[in-house]
Design a protein around this ligand. Structure first.
Ligand code: MN3
Length: 200
């Protein structure tokens, strides 16, 4: 069974004006789609083709001979997770138990946002900014290129894509402005809360 490009959780223009339909047409329609196509080619007729995406990522993470498989599998997973990390009318402050967890871990939501923005904006070159669960602790981190916390025994809760292809059409070189718009208008806190609840 080949992997398919997963459907978006909202219409391609639903995040405007903060994230344009034009960016989505390239980012989802071209970049995300290419990772799916490449992954299918790389795993065809191998035992990896019988595995789930998560199983593939974990199986090849430490295998230098399978870097191409890892990069494409992780990018498929990361992008799907990124789309779900956003929603129209999102961002701002989460409610309930999640707000309390963020306050406990970071001091308050503003300090979380500051740390998340600095970490994601500070990633040199291409990569991802994350909120993860590490053991029982909420942490902010970034990964390089296709790397994903899944490959390191961490539970991803939220991500922002900071590859230039993620923001260049809308924000050009202003990566911090994109991350600020993500925090102010796009974060799907219900998705974060669901991921946290599922992790127990
Ligand atoms: Mn991307």
């Amino acid at each position: 069974m080949a992997f398919e490009l997963p459907a978006l959780p909202w219409a391609a223009d639903a995040l405007e004006p903060h994230y344009s339909a034009r960016t989505m047409s390239f980012h989802y329609g071209k970049h995300h789609n290419a990772y799916v196509t490449n992954l299918n080619k790389l795993i065809a007729d191998t035992p990896l083709a019988e595995m789930t995406l998560e199983q593939i990522i974990k199986a090849v993470a430490d295998d230098p001979a399978k870097v191409g498989v890892f990069n494409n599998a992780a990018q498929v997973w990361n992008h799907t997770f990124f789309w779900h990390s956003m929603k129209p009318g999102g961002g701002g402050r989460p409610g309930g138990a999640l707000a309390a967890r963020l306050d406990e871990a970071f001091g308050d939501i503003d300090k979380f946002a500051e740390q998340f923005k600095a970490t994601a904006a500070g990633r040199f070159g291409s990569g991802w900014g994350w909120l993860v669960l590490d053991g029982g602790a909420l942490k902010v981190m970034s990964t390089a290129n296709a790397d994903t916390p899944l490959a390191h025994g961490l539970t991803p809760l939220l991500t922002v894509d900071v590859w230039e292809h993620a923001y260049y059409l809308d924000y050009q070189n202003r990566r911090p402005d994109f991350i600020q718009a993500f925090l102010d208008h796009l974060v799907n806190w219900e998705f974060v809360a669901e991921n946290l609840a599922r992790a127990g």
